[in-house]
Design a binder for this molecule. Structure first.
Ligand code: COA
Ligand code: ZN
Length: 313
């Protein structure tokens, strides 16, 4: 296993989906397209550009078709769509999504709150999706929400997570995401579970999805990285959150993650200066400040002029 081991860290940008799904202010379709087009120039290999879920559940992303139609696709960049069921898969394929991200929670209660169905019903729906996409070139990734803890049920049994990983692999999923929906993970737990899961699939097929709800987001990234994980979701500005998880808040912040990697000498291929420019435009677009820190503080290399009275000493 892990024959594709390399040092580089792959960032999948999820602000157009996880980021915007919880925003109370409507973001115009043209603004979503402009954001994705700008993100497409930052060096990402993967962008989750939207979701095809019930428009009643997530009104903020009800324009998925127009967004996927309107974006300027960069060659080789994978544009992902989150879906809950067959209807979502049909809409996503008609909109030429490159990859479908199917989501179910490890917690039955959160799955009912988020998807209005049991885990068994979600898995049955995923079976329909697998049959539907057979013969097409679309890729399938499946996420396990609340992997590291549930805001309703608390602790999640690690054996249950591993069983879901195995069920996903049996269904034919090419990629799997372990998602910390409300930032309940801690680094030791992350390291343990990542090591277990990497015995079942290569690092190139595993994504970690952390929220910074309790300030542990980047600690968890490093723990996962040390355990062999190489793919991470993150959102520009630290946007994000699941509207059906009480207390949910932002994803780990993309530019803070890219800055961490740059400082530590871990390659991401992402243009940090470009990201900072984009992130600093978000408050005007969304009408509020963002949690991201490097956009406010600047990079380590963004030095300040020495005050005259200090220079004169
Ligand atoms: N896209 C668009 N509409 C959809 C849909 C999809 N993927 N899936 C179902 N619908 C529509 C149905 O056609 C039906 O429409 P109607 O009322 O006009 O007849 C309506 O939604 C209800 O369908 P039903 O199958 O009974 O769904 P539900 O109300 O039990 O909700 C989900 C189930 C999964 C569709 C809904 O809970 C959902 O979209 N959840 C996603 C939440 C999310 O995105 N969370 C954040 C990301 S993790
Ligand atoms: Zn999330």
């Amino acid at each position: 296993m892990n024959s594709d081991f390399s040092e580089a860290l792959i960032v999948q940008e999820v602000s157009p989906r996880d980021g915007l799904q919880i925003e109370p202010t409507w973001v115009a379709t043209a603004d979503k397209i402009a954001l994705i087009d700008q993100l497409s120039l930052a060096g990402f290999s993967r962008i989750e550009a939207g979701s095809f879920v019930s428009p009643k559940a997530i009104p903020a992303l009800r324009d998925g078709e127009q967004v996927f139609q309107g974006i300027r696709r960069q060659p080789g960049l994978i544009y992902v769509a989150l879906i809950p069921n067959l209807k979502g898969a049909q809409r996503a394929l008609a909109s030429r999504a490159d990859e479908l991200n199917l989501v179910m929670s490890a917690s039955q209660t959160h799955n009912r709150a988020n998807m209005r169905m049991s885990c068994e019903q979600s898995l049955a729906a995923f079976g329909e999706v697998v049959r539907f996409v057979e013969g097409s070139s679309v890729r399938l990734n499946a996420s396990i929400a609340t992997t590291f803890g549930c805001p309703f049920e608390g602790r999640i049994d690690e054996d249950r997570v591993v069983q879901i990983v195995e069920a996903y692999l049996e269904l034919g999923m090419q990629g799997i995401t372990l998602a910390d929906t409300t930032g309940m993970a801690n680094p030791r737990q992350v390291e343990r579970l990542v090591r277990r899961v990497l015995q079942r699939l290569p690092a190139s097929a595993l994504t970690l999805h952390f929220h910074n709800t309790r300030g542990l987001g980047l600690c968890n990234v490093l723990a996962a990285y040390e355990a062999g994980a190489r793919r991470f979701d993150a959102a520009l500005g630290g946007l994000g959150g699941c509207p059906f998880a009480p207390g949910a808040s932002g994803n780990i912040c993309t530019e803070d993650l890219v800055n961490l990697c740059a400082e530590m000498g871990i390659a991401t291929g992402i243009d940090l200066a470009h990201l900072l420019t984009l992130s600093r435009q978000l408050p005007a677009l969304l009408g509020h400040e963002l949690p991201g820190q490097v956009a406010k503080a600047g990079r380590n290399c963004d030095l300040h002029p020495v005050p005259d009275d200090v220079a004169a000493l």
